[in-house]
Design a protein around this ligand. Structure first.
Ligand code: TXA
Ligand code: MG
Length: 320
């Protein structure tokens, strides 16, 4: 990520949107307005840009991110659009509705953006600046709310500047957000549509449109998968062993820092942002027949290392 002492807040003119689109295409981060809250955007197809988002957010874990696009057609290149998804998208997009859908086999979305999951969250925001930016960039844009982890979501450009400071190079100012709460997150990948996060579009309206009730977290303790936990489901088939210095019999070594005999190296230079960008893609690459176990070298417990270790510990946890 490029950091500057103070972020540049630009009123969202055509020129500013062009600059922001070019920054996104170059792998940099841009904060931009949506109708719900301001997003901290990066190229959703780039593991490096997505790692920079997590770094700027300062999260101790990788939550999957929403891929923002400017049309249903653009979404259809990323995820499988079934009949329910199509009906809801045609009715409520652009708008404060995020749909969790199966990742297409040829989806260009970064595995880090979806935290290694087989699903991807997508939405078309109802804000002219966001739509113009997505159009100009010609990319799906991964964007969590533009706040540091643990802080409230920002609804003005000034909030973003206060919260993220120099961690973002460019903030597009599109005035205060109309909705002010995040989008409703609806998971359409299960047997029943599940409300993962209440938000700007009321659940009752979705139930009326679908003609059936949503599964809610209050229905049963284990029915709807809460997003945070859902993200923990990805783990390679082979056992994962942490803090390894060398591979044992049948194991392959996933390196960090100097490592002569690593099958793959998260970052030979010991760079945590590079390691985060490589994490899910490398775990997946090592998830192949004949691999008896994945031994992972120690990752320092600071910065993005917290989130990397969080995911690795989940992958290494005893399976049930
Ligand atoms: O209104 C919004 O949705 C804003 C604006 C910027 O669009 N974005 C936002 O992003 O709130 P974020 O990252 O703060 O929240 C995304 C939510 C999280 O609860 C995450 O767990 C969930 O969406 N999510 C994303 N991908 C998912 C997936 N594949 N499966 C389940 N939940 C997912
Ligand atoms: Mg958030």
């Amino acid at each position: 990520m490029i950091t500057v002492p103070a972020p540049q807040i630009l009123s969202a003119s055509d020129d500013a949107i062009g600059l922001a689109a070019a920054a996104l295409a170059a792998g940099r981060l841009v904060a931009f307005p949506t109708e719900t809250v301001y997003g901290l955007g990066g190229d959703a197809t780039s593991d490096r840009a997505v790692a920079a988002i997590f770094e700027a957010k300062g999260r101790p874990s990788f939550n999957p991110l929403i891929a923002h696009v400017n049309s249903l057609e653009a979404a259809a290149r990323l995820v499988e659009i079934g009949p329910d998804a199509r009906a809801l998208a045609e009715r409520f997009w652009p708008g404060p509705l995020t749909l969790v859908l199966p990742r297409r086999p040829d989806s260009p979305i970064s595995l880090l953006a979806s935290a290694g999951l087989e699903t991807v969250a997508v939405r078309v925001p109802a804000h002219p600046v966001a739509l113009a930016l997505l159009q100009a960039a010609g990319l799906p844009v991964a964007a969590p709310s533009a706040n540091r982890s643990g802080a409230v979501s920002p609804t003005t450009a000034r909030h973003v500047a206060q919260c993220l400071g120099g961690r973002v190079s460019l903030i597009l100012d599109g005035g205060p957000c109309r909705v002010g709460v995040e989008s409703t997150v609806l998971d359409l990948t299960g047997a029943r549509p599940a409300l993962l996060r209440p938000g700007g579009l009321a659940a009752e309206i979705l139930e009326a449109a679908l003609g059936r009730p949503l599964l809610r977290s209050t229905d049963s303790p284990d029915a709807p998968r809460s997003p945070g936990q859902l993200a923990s489901h990805y783990a390679p088939a082979a056992p994962v062993r942490l803090n390894a210095e060398t591979a044992g019999p049948g194991e392959v070594l996933l390196g960090f820092g100097p490592a002569g005999d690593a099958a793959l190296n998260l970052s030979a230079a010991g760079d945590l942002e590079e390691a985060a960008a490589n994490l899910f893609a490398m775990l997946r690459a090592l998830d192949r027949p004949g691999v008896g176990g994945v031994a992972v070298m120690p990752i320092p417990e600071h910065g993005l290392g917290l989130a990397i270790n969080d995911r690795l510990r989940r992958a290494a946890a005893p399976r049930t």
